[in-house]
Design a protein around this ligand. Structure first.
Ligand code: C2E
Ligand code: CA
Ligand code: CA
Ligand code: CA
Length: 277
């Protein structure tokens, strides 16, 4: 019977594609990653078009896996969302980033805003605003230096609107990430306490290649200007893209053309040289 069980298992196992197997392995080791302190945050500067000064940093999580090396969020965030682990992981990110930012300020570096990605699951939590208030109080970070990036789909759900209002009342900046990638009505921008939109890299990629992408970007810039929203373009990789965005009066840019996401210990030198005092 034992032998049979083994064979059955093998049979079942062989129907799994390597992807599913890998996901399973990630799922298992992800559970211990927080306790084992395997996560690290990298920071990518956000630059003011024109002045070239750094106005903010986006915090991006990486997983320092004992066997796989540095694992990118694309390989584990969706699994963390499925399992609910994103809630404690997201809280760790917020706490780490707020403490880091406060430490940089106390070391005398020019203060810049730090943007943190929130997942839908985190947003749906009860008392998110209270949680964040607690983190701000514990770390001593001024809320004007915290920015939360949410997706269009999170922004459009009316069940999230009271939380958004609470966060705005706390003077936290709210931005819409990956703007334009979902079919959505623009009317939510009119009702919501949002400060900033981030043009998705998929549009920026088309600059100087696809006039339709350029047209969409110009429309987004126009909407943002008329609604008094700050607008940032993501994934800027070339001088041509940068010049197009500068010419069309985009406020801020983020991308490999200026900086890749950097480990925390590279940030002090970068801020000292390129952030406004
Ligand atoms: P995102 O929020 O859209 O972040 C931007 C992604 O684009 C980052 O990938 C960044 O490294 C990459 N990027 C920046 N500039 C360029 C460029 O010029 N060219 C190209 N090709 N890529 C560029 P990353 O770090 O792998 O993160 C992927 C996604 O994982 C993020 O997309 C975000 O949705 C998610 N993520 C990252 N950190 C967190 C986190 O702490 N919490 C949650 N919930 N999600 C996170
Ligand atoms: Ca983001
Ligand atoms: Ca994005
Ligand atoms: Ca994205």
């Amino acid at each position: 019977a034992k032998e049979e069980g083994k064979n059955n298992f093998r049979l079942y196992d062989s129907t799994l594609n390597p992807n599913a197997e890998e996901r399973m392995e990630i799922k298992n080791s992800l559970r211990y990653a927080l306790d084992r302190q395997e996560f690290v945050i990298h920071y990518q500067p956000q630059i003011e078009v024109g002045s070239g000064q750094i106005l903010g940093l986006e915090a991006l999580i990486r997983w320092n896996h004992p066997k796989r090396g540095l694992v990118m969020p694309g390989s584990f965030i969706s699994i963390a969302e499925e399992t609910g682990l994103i809630v404690p992981i997201g809280e760790w990110v917020l706490r780490t980033v707020c403490a880091q930012s406060k430490a940089w300020q106390e070391a005398g570096l020019p203060p810049v805003r730090i943007a943190v990605n929130l997942s839908g699951r985190q947003f749906a939590q009860n008392q998110l605003a209270e949680h964040i208030q607690e983190i701000l109080t514990d770390t001593g970070l001024d809320p004007t230096y915290l920015e939360l990036e949410i997706t269009e789909s999170m922004a459009m759900q009316d069940k999230n609107w009271t939380t958004l209002e609470e966060l705005r009342k706390m003077n936290i900046t709210i931005s819409i990430d990956d703007f334009g990638t979902h079919y959505s009505s623009l009317s939510y921008l009119k009702h919501l306490p949002v400060n900033k939109i981030k043009i998705d890299r998929s549009f920026v990629d088309g600059i100087a290649k696809d006039p339709k992408d350029e047209a969409i970007i110009m429309a987004m810039l126009l909407v943002a200007r008329h609604l008094n929203l700050t607008i940032l373009a993501e994934g800027v990789e070339t001088a041509e893209q940068y010049l197009f965005l500068e010419h069309n009066q985009c406020d801020e840019i983020q991308g490999y053309f200026f900086y890749k996401p950097q480990p925390a210990d590279h940030i002090p030198k970068i801020l000292r040289e390129h952030a406004p005092d």
